[in-house]
Design a protein around this ligand. Structure first.
Ligand SMILES: NC(=O)c1ccc[n+]([C@@H]2O[C@H](COP(=O)([O-])OP(=O)(O)OC[C@H]3O[C@@H](n4cnc5c(N)ncnc54)[C@H](OP(=O)(O)O)[C@@H]3O)[C@@H](O)[C@H]2O)c1
Length: 275
């Protein structure tokens, strides 16, 4: 397939590293960046999935694709990954995407699980971002997309760590972009709503029935990613919410106490059902 070059006006696409690239939104980023000609480094825990994705991407898009099998909820493995990233030349794009959700009140979720989420969503995002920035600032080109969520705008009991870590990612990205203003490095906090991926099929969500959420509120991961990359190219807002329905939902969350309480009740019910 021919490459659609000149992403962000760059002469030659360099390398892109995507965490959580074995499924869902991360895999969509991998495909769309490969289509733009980037060589890829795919990171996730499931090595077999990464190997087959890498093979297919290499043959479909004539790019080079490496893999890193690592668990970014583990401090040691985050440190090792960051150390490795400092040594990679020409890393122009970083997508901090890997993530998961839990169901249940904070005190009821094992602390170890909450800390794993904290490390995956927050610590890994901070350390990997720090590791790529040195090279990006030196070369005066780079793009970092950090996966936040519409949950960053919500306060939902039963989802305390998820809301809080996604809010951290949003604020971290927004503030970092202010520091990057003269540096030709673009940062985005991507805040999707319900997206059809494996997210609602793994861990605590294994018994989640997608039909609980009306069909028109779901987006495909390919659509989320194409809107995100377009927004980055067009220098749209650092905090980017894909799709008008998601933007309207966030507006309602911010302006309507009734909507806030409906959302809080539904998350609370789900968290009680699980116990
Ligand atoms: N789907 C939604 O409705 C939605 C909405 C808003 C925001 N998001 C955010 O979007 C991001 C991607 O989620 P998704 O919907 O694409 O979910 P997904 O289909 O479940 O994919 C999650 C990815 O993260 C990887 N991952 C999970 N734990 C990991 C760990 N400890 N270390 C390394 N990699 C890990 C998984 O691979 P392995 O299992 O192979 O490690 C997988 O590649 C997440 O940050 C999520 O919070 C999702």
């Amino acid at each position: 397939m021919p490459h659609q070059n000149r992403f962000l006006g760059w002469e030659n696409p360099g390398k892109a590293l995507i965490t959580g690239a074995s499924a869902g939104i991360g895999l969509s980023f991998a495909k769309q960046l490969a289509q733009k000609g980037f060589d890829l480094i795919l990171l996730a825990r499931r090595k077999d999935r990464l190997e087959s994705a890498a093979k297919k991407l290499e043959s479909d898009y004539r790019i080079r694709c490496e893999i890193i099998a690592a668990d970014l909820s583990d401090m040691d493995q985050i440190e090792k990954t960051a150390d490795l990233i400092y040594t990679i030349e020409g890393l122009d794009v970083l997508i901090n995407n890997a993530g998961f959700a839990t169901i249940g009140p904070f005190a009821g979720v094992p602390l170890e699980k909450s800390m794993r989420m904290f490390h995956l969503h927050a610590t890994a995002c901070v350390m990997l971002t720090h590791a790529v920035l040195e090279g990006m600032l030196r070369r005066r080109r780079g793009a970092i997309i950090n996966l936040s969520s519409v949950a960053a705008f919500a306060l939902t009991p039963g989802n305390v760590m998820y809301d809080a870590t996604k809010a951290f990612v949003k604020t971290f990205s927004e503030n970092l972009q202010l520091e990057m203003e003269d540096a030709d490095v673009r940062i985005q906090a991507l805040c999707p709503g319900f997206t059809r991926t494996e997210f609602h099929e793994v861990g605590d969500f294994i018994h989640f029935d997608r039909r609980e959420i009306p069909d028109p509120l779901w987006m495909s991961s390919d659509r989320v990613v194409s809107l995100s990359l377009k927004a980055l190219e067009n220098k749209r807002k650092t905090v980017f919410i894909p799709g008008w329905k998601n933007r309207f939902y966030v507006w309602l969350l911010q302006h309507s106490a009734v909507v806030r309480s409906i959302v809080q009740d539904s998350v609370k019910k789900r968290s009680q059902k699980k116990r």
